[in-house]
Design a protein around this ligand. Sequence first.
Ligand SMILES: [Zn+2]
Length: 494
Amino acid sequence: MMVSQETLPKKGVIMVMLDTLMDKPFQQALEQEDLSVLPYFMDRGEYYPRVVAPYPTMSVNVESTLLTGHYPDQHRVPALAWFNQKENRLINYGTHVLEMRKLGLSTCLYDSFYRLNQEHLSSDVKTIHEELADQGLTSASINPLMHKGNVPTTITVPSLIRLFVSLEKNIEISAADKFVYGRLANLSPLKKYSRLWNKYGFNNKFSIQEFSHLVKNDTIPDFSFVYLPDHDKNVHKRGPMDTKGIKDMDKQLKPLMDAFPSWEEALKNYIWIIIGDNGQSGVQKDKNKALVDIRKLLQPLKITKLRKGVQNDDQVVVASNLRSCFIYTLKPDEVPVTEIAEKLQTDSRVEMAAWKSEGWIHVIKGECNETFTFKEGGSMKDEYKQTWEIDGDHSLLDLSITENVIEFGDYPDALKRLHSALHSHEGEFVVTSVKPGHEFISESTPKHPNGASHGGFHKNDSFIPMLVTGTDAAPDFLRIVDLKKWILNLIQSA
Ligand SMILES: [Zn+2]
């Protein structure tokens, strides 16, 4: 069907996601570092320093929430690591290569390459790519982990990977029409930045090179989602205030801007959204204080070993997501979730542990005897017009209550985010997170003492900045979950 000229959008939307961009170090980099692209946008756009990321604050969840406009209770991608009750196994899309090797590298890679988008992401919700394709509009997905669309396409597993794992060479998926997924699916004929030692193209320079190919060929679609993954590891290693990584990203963005006839035209013809994905909290230097060993806390319960998988006499499964953790009881009669929660309560570093019981969500925290409970509906209304019934000590979630209005403090959108994490998948489990300065460890998990980490519930991990040029329209609320509706409106009314 031909679309008439009047209904075609004048501008497309280009969204560039800079992994782990955070407000404070960004402000510092603008002042102290010699930047060119980011200040150019800053001088011409609207800056929102605090947009709320979904919980747990892990990339797969952030991207799924952004693309579907729903929290994980609807999109069903709980976090990077979670326990699939139906298949009786831990899913891990790649927290640590050792962890993946123990779980089975072939299975883990197939989970990330295929099941994550095509099976785990709920087909009851639609991604921005799917919505636009339904309307006859086009989109690009340049290197994010989440990219489900309507267009059948093939990803090609590099032969070197296939020496070590039993995967088919070609995997059929459906994605955005312009689709880049490292070396496995690319647009330009260029091989640069996509070798084994470049993580097969899962890096900033490759993302920029591939999107620049669309710019140079004048084939930028109605919506482009360009993901730059590298800064995550800088912050993990060097701590939250790392500005060198921001300087690197600014430098890497320059060839992308230069691919346009001019920077002015790039901003005149397109709406730009430059955004982070999640924040990070500093982790203390002293390992003994910084790292909270979940295996010690759960003693003497029998925890499933990664390599063996669930055994008959196992009692609990642990799915660790850096500063957060899902802990599942395999035998609710023998080990009720309350017993798991009581064990977590003994550690002062635990900032929150929550579970479901009879329609209510129960919340406790480390070295505190108070409890707080809540459920959906009721006479209390929060900042996002969501309604709740609450009981107990609401200081546990740092809520301020005036009349019947709830405002959030250290834990943005605390009630809905916690509610959605606990309804994101099947099973009887506790979700817990640690205070800033700390990180959970269990079998073969990554650790970042004297650096930084994320996944947590705290605002440090949860607020991300967003910089927008080319429109005065703002989303209904400043949360990632609210961006899809706003982006679709921008494209349709542009
Ligand atoms: Zn990370």
